[in-house]
Design a protein around this ligand. Structure first.
Ligand SMILES: Cc1ncc(C[n+]2csc(CCOP(=O)(O)OP(=O)(O)O)c2C)c(N)n1
Ligand SMILES: [Mg+2]
Length: 134
């Protein structure tokens, strides 16, 4: 399962379900420290009222939740670590969480599905091109 860091906040405790049923679920968290923007106020040590509710703490060790449940997990910060950690995770029969720390300021690639985003900078496919019938 590939999930954003904020989305993991919505559903992360389902890892307990996976652990309880001994399901070797593999979770890859794409961690950009929140919902796209706002982390700069946390990094500057800003006042609580200056911190956007869309920003999440960059140093949250999401992978430790898997350890707490008897699974395994790693924080990943480089492409090389991603490759070795993916290989380790996929050849292991445990519950796993990879906390993949990416640049919070990285721009998003254009989304393929127009219903997935309302960003003004995303070029939306036409109804014909997307195959939409409505
Ligand atoms: C159950 C549920 N609640 C709320 C939303 C609204 N929602 C869409 S994207 C999103 C947050 C996305 O943040 P993140 O998972 O960190 O991904 P990012 O955009 O940072 O890549 C939310 C709350 C949703 N889609 N589903
Ligand atoms: Mg995010």
């Amino acid at each position: 399962m590939v999930v954003g860091d904020s989305a993991f906040g919505f559903s992360g405790m389902e890892l307990e379900t996976a652990a309880r049923y001994s399901l070797p679920l593999k979770v890859i968290i794409i961690n950009n420290s929140g919902i796209q923007v706002g982390v700069e106020e946390i990094e500057k040590g800003g006042e609580v009222n200056d911190i956007s509710p869309s920003a999440l703490s960059p140093n949250t060790q999401y992978e430790m939740i898997s350890h707490a449940l008897g699974g395994k997990g790693k924080e990943v910060k480089t492409p090389e670590e991603l490759e070795t950690s993916l290989q380790e995770m996929l050849s292991d029969d445990n519950l796993w969480v990879l906390n993949v720390r990416i640049d919070p300021y990285a721009s998003a690639k254009p989304a393929t599905f127009s219903w997935l985003t309302s960003s003004a900078d995303v070029k939306k496919p036409t109804a014909a091109a997307s195959g939409a019938k409505l």
